[in-house]
Structures are given as structure tokens and as C-alpha cells.
Design a protein around this ligand. Structure first.
Ligand code: HGY
Ligand code: MN
Ligand code: MN
Ligand code: MN
Length: 403
């Protein structure tokens, strides 16, 4: 059976890479030194597990076990949000490697090729949109998106070149051979904890629509400019942020979040002339996302007009919500019951690489309980016991798919 100690040790070792010693937060952005160190460590785990390691055209790290035209794919991501936790993404990649390592130790040769993938830039921390590796694997990544730049003005294409990758070949990352994709991931919410369950089966994944809003007023002297004649970009943006919260807080499952806000020129004695902020809108139903998007944009235009500021917006990413495969859901449920646990079905409010892979293969996700539902935070925590029972279930499910 799976080697609990090895899995937990790998999790501990990986969590040291990019770790902020003061806050405990983890910072591993795509195409950075920290990510490269994490890639080398994960690649060594894959090799120890009997896999051959390759890198596809976008930079996804792929461990392969067995041969054959069809692929059972397991995966997640090893990049993080700023000051992220040690389980988000990393647990899914390391548990998948542990599953293959155990198959290798048991001398089980799969009837299909198994691939474990650490997807490139799932979080979108560096370039303003995410799920880059799985977008490429689903054939969704556009040349225009590869020109998106980070805060230093470096584009994805340039960062790829720095890492020895050729942005011209990204279309080669598209896959047609995946017969099933399974992702194990922390829940990042409180549902399983409230149900007092260690694991749950994901029925669908809410999709993130990310907008970039630019509000332009006039920078003026904070002392010499009377209040009634100001065109203050920050007070306008502040009213917009609260309006977004109010529109989303309508009793539906939809959510909307302003997570990043940048003020210019950002001086104590200057009326702000420009504000750029992001909006993350989610729901499991595409039409509800679109309805909330239109409501928000209409309201922001009203506020801009009344406050005599300019409003511009840009779509940073629009991802389709995804439903998981019902047969794979039942496979997970049967393995969960075998462990004497009540199968529980829930929706994922967080986005995952599985959303994009759903366009080229049947998908399934196994959620593992998050303490207090905390995630995207150094306090993110999942117990060793929950990790071990989830990985056992994951292993048993993969076994049924490759025997
Ligand atoms: O944003 C998300 O839902 C995921 O953590 N990338
Ligand atoms: Mn995340
Ligand atoms: Mn994640
Ligand atoms: Mn994910």
C-alpha cells in the first residue's frame, strides 16, 4: 500500500521551496528560480517512482509510467498564490506520484499509460491569468495570451524562452489521448469540515472570470483642490468595489472578489488620478457569471459617469465551468465506501486545472478536508490522517482504471 511516511516527507520537503521564513507563506511563481527548484525536486520524486520525466511545449512537467496509446492522467500544480499554503496543488501532485510509486513497488504494470502532471502556472499570480499549462493541454492558449506581461514587463513568451521553451510550439501541448483525468486537491472551503468528513467527491467546478478595471480621473494637489471639483479615481473605485460586493451578495451561489488594487501616483498629498483593480467573478453556471458580469459593468459605468472619471475594462481570463464525469464520481464513491466513509458530493468554488482538461477528457476530483476552510494563506492545513486516507482512496480508484 501507499508509503505514508514518504508522501508526508515529500510534502514537507517541497513546502520548504519558496517558503517565507517569517510568515510561513509559500511563494513559487511560474518561470522563477523557486519554481525551477521545485520542478527539480518533483522530477526526482517522479524518477524514484519509476517514471520517465518530460517537459511539454508550455512547460508542464510530466512523469510517465507504462506505455500505450491511451493515458490515465493524474495531476495538479506546484505554483502558488502570493504567501500561499503548502497543500494547494502540491498535495495533488505528490499524492499522484505516491500512487505511481506504489504501483511500481508492487510491480503492477498498467494496461494504460499513467501520466502525472505538474501543470504550469495554475494560479495566475505572475501574469494576471492562470491555468496556463492546462489551457495549453486543452488547446485553449492563444498567441495573444502569451504576450501578457508581468509587473516587470516580461511576457509569458519571453519567460518561456528564458526557460528554454519555444512559445511558437505551444500548440503541440494539446492532448487527444487522455481517457480519464483525476485530481486530488484540498477543498479550500468548510463544507467537509462541517460534514465531519475527510474527503468528498466534486460534482462540478465553478469557473473564474477575471476582469481588469481601470479608472482614470485627474491627479491634483490634495490641498489646493476643493472637494466638489475633484475627479478622484480612488474614491470612484472605492464606491465601485463596494457596489461589486453588494451585487454579488444577492443570496445566489455567485461570488465576486476585488483582490488586487493599484493606485497612481500613490502619494500622500496627491488626489489619485488612476486606479487599476481586478474582479474575480464565479459561479457554477455560465449564464449566472455572464449576468453578474453585465450587472457589474453597467453599475461601474453609472458610477464613472456620475463621478466624471473614465472607465475601461479588460477580460484577463474567461474559463468554462466544468462538470465531472458521473462514472468516475461513482468509482470514487465506491472506494470511499470501502474505507467506511460516507460518500459526499459537493461543488468546487475554487478553480482547478481539471476545468480545462474537461474539454479533452472525462474528469474527476477528490477533495480533502481543509481545517477551518482556510486556503491561499500560510495557515492552510490538512491533517496527515486525512491525507493518508485520501491517498489510499486515490490509489484504489486509479487501480480500477489501469487494471
Ligand atoms: O483561483 C482559483 O480558484 C485557484 O486557486 N487557482
Ligand atoms: Mn489556489
Ligand atoms: Mn489549487
Ligand atoms: Mn487545481
Amino acid at each position: 500500500m501507499i508509503n505514508d511516511h514518504r508522501l508526508l516527507q515529500h510534502l514537507e520537503q517541497l513546502s520548504q521551496i519558496g517558503c517565507n521564513d517569517i510568515t510561513g507563506g509559500i511563494n513559487r511563481l511560474s518561470f522563477t528560480l523557486e519554481e525551477q527548484q521545485a520542478i527539480e525536486l518533483v522530477a526526482s520524486y517522479m524518477q524514484d517512482a519509476g517514471m520517465t520525466v518530460s517537459v511539454d511545449a508550455i512547460g508542464n512537467i510530466i512523469g510517465t509510467y507504462g506505455t500505450g496509446p491511451e493515458t490515465v492522467m493524474l495531476g495538479s500544480h506546484i505554483d502558488t498564490v502570493p504567501e500561499g499554503g503548502k497543500y494547494d496543488g502540491a498535495l495533488g501532485v505528490l499524492a499522484a506520484i505516491e500512487v505511481v510509486h506504489t504501483l511500481h513497488e508492487q510491480h503492477i504494470r498498467p494496461t494504460k499509460k499513467i501520466q502525472v502532471v505538474a501543470f504550469k502556472d495554475e494560479e495566475g499570480t505572475r501574469f494576471g491569468f492562470g491555468l496556463i499549462g492546462s489551457k495549453a493541454m486543452a488547446g485553449l492558449l492563444t498567441d495573444e495570451q502569451l504576450q501578457q506581461t508581468d509587473a516587470q514587463g516580461i511576457s509569458i513568451a519571453e519567460a518561456m524562452t528564458q526557460f528554454g521553451l519555444d512559445a511558437q510550439t505551444v500548440t503541440l501541448a494539446k492532448r487527444h489521448d487522455i481517457t480519464a483525468y483525476l485530481e486530488m486537491h484540498i477543498e479550500q472551503g468548510k463544507v467537509l469540515e462541517n460534514e465531519n468528513l475527510p474527503v468528498g467527491i466534486v460534482t462540478g467546478i465553478a469557473a473564474p472570470l477575471w476582469l481588469e478595471i481601470t479608472v482614470t480621473g485627474i491627479s491634483e494637489h490634495a490641498g489646493a483642490t476643493p472637494m466638489p471639483i475633484r475627479q478622484d479615481a480612488l474614491t470612484a473605485a472605492s464606491e465601485m468595489v463596494l457596489a461589486i460586493e453588494q451585487l454579488a451578495n444577492d443570496g445566489s451561489d455567485s461570488v465576486a472578489t476585488v483582490g488586487k488594487l493599484h493606485v497612481e501616483p500613490n502619494g500622500v498629498n496627491v488626489v489619485p488620478g488612476k486606479v487599476v483593480f481586478t474582479v474575480d467573478i464565479r459561479d457554477i453556471e455560465q449564464d449566472k457569471i455572464t449576468a453578474l458580469e453585465n450587472q457589474i459593468l453597467h453599475k461601474l459605468a453609472d458610477i464613472a459617469q456620475r463621478r466624471h472619471v473614465q472607465l475601461q475594462y479588460k477580460i484577463l481570463q474567461r474559463v468554462q465551468p466544468a462538470k465531472t464525469d458521473t462514472i468516475l464520481q461513482q468509482q470514487l464513491a465506491a472506494r470511499i465506501e470501502q474505507q467506511g466513509i460516507r460518500p459526499y458530493f459537493l461543488m468546487s468554488g475554487a478553480g482547478h486545472d481539471a476545468m480545462n482538461i474537461a474539454l479533452v477528457a472525462p474528469i474527476a476530483m477528490l477533495f480533502v478536508r481543509s481545517k477551518d476552510g482556510i486556503s491561499h494563506n500560510p495557515l492552510e492545513y490538512t491533517s496527515d490522517e486525512d491525507i493518508i486516507v485520501a491517498t489510499k482512496i486515490f490509489y484504489d480508484t486509479v487501480l480500477t482504471l489501469i487494471k
